[in-house]
Ligand binder design. Structure first.
Ligand code: KMH
Ligand code: ZN
Length: 281
């Protein structure tokens, strides 16, 4: 008997650290805006939310009190899998990024190597990556390996070889494509990265800026999952600003349904990722 294809895990990355309200007024920067975005994106088909937060002036911050408050507020308002960014902004020090785990998210992003990031450098030296990974294992937090270039897949595999599987035993990765300095948002690059993943891993892909839609089609055609959101693109199409995060999730859910792999619920996604109902691995 033919097995049903897995549903599509849609992750929304609503805010990021690089854009401001001036770029698009729909960017959620306050806690209330973030919670409202999380709710509407859940309704539109998201199962996981990748969170960066802002301070009272709208600047990126990794303030632990705010992070804790955010995790609780999003959990209270939705059943989304709550993922905190440990990447933060390019200016965030490594020790502050390690401390993000103290806010006890279900999942955290974990970039496995340094990459040029426009005119900046997103710094992820090996000792930091190894320390962050081991802390996720100790605390039972699911890492999402964020892979900006193919060497990051090699580094992820090195982590797994040296330190063993993630807490819960399941490997989940996200290809972040089209960052100036990283791999291009092309079907060829994605296929090459997917071929390097360990057996049984799940993965999603996100295309930054104009690569958003091509990467979505490539990911669906390769059987992967999707990440969309205003962290990665502020335009819906040429010269057309995004209405809000839910609009991007709605499109992702529509394309996934057309590929006969409709959006996963958060419960489906927890099963796919080896998370328990409470989110802990
Ligand atoms: N803001 C970028 C420098 C992550 O969330 O882990 C890093 C980033 C990756 O967004
Ligand atoms: Zn991020």
């Amino acid at each position: 008997m033919a097995t049903m294809p897995a549903p599509t895990l849609i992750t929304v990355a609503p805010t990021g650290a690089e854009s401001q309200k001036d770029d698009n007024p729909a960017l959620p920067v306050t806690l209330d805006e973030l919670v409202a975005a999380a709710r509407s994106c859940r309704d539109a088909g998201a199962a996981m939310v990748h969170i960066h937060i802002r301070d009272a002036e709208g600047r990126p911050t990794l303030d632990l009190g705010r992070l804790r408050e955010t995790v609780l507020a999003v959990r209270e308002a939705t059943d989304l899998i709550v993922q905190l960014s440990t990447g933060g902004a390019v200016t965030d020090p490594l020790d502050t990024r390690l401390a993000v785990l103290d806010a006890e998210p279900d999942s955290c992003s974990l970039t496995t190597g340094t990459v040029n990031f426009g005119d900046d450098v997103f710094s992820n030296p090996w000792p930091f990556v190894a320390e962050l990974y081991q802390r996720t294992q100790e605390r039972g937090i699911l890492p999402e390996f964020e892979l900006f270039e193919l060497g990051h897949v090699t580094a992820m595999n090195r982590l797994l070889d040296m330190f063993g599987p993630p807490a819960g035993g399941h490997v989940h990765a996200d290809f972040v494509m089209g960052v100036p300095g990283g791999m291009p948002g092309s079907a060829q690059a994605l296929a090459a990265g997917v071929a390097m993943l360990p057996e049984g891993a799940t993965w999603s892909a996100t295309g930054v800026g104009r690569s958003s839609v091509p990467v979505m089609f490539a990911a669906l055609s390769l059987g992967g999952n999707l990440r969309v959101g205003m962290e990665d693109t502020l335009t819906y199409g040429p010269k057309r600003p995004v209405r809000d995060n839910a609009e991007l999730v709605e499109r992702a859910a529509r394309l996934a349904a057309e590929a006969f792999r409709p959006a996963a619920t958060p419960d489906d996604a927890r099963r796919m990722l080896g998370l328990s109902a409470q989110g802990q691995v």
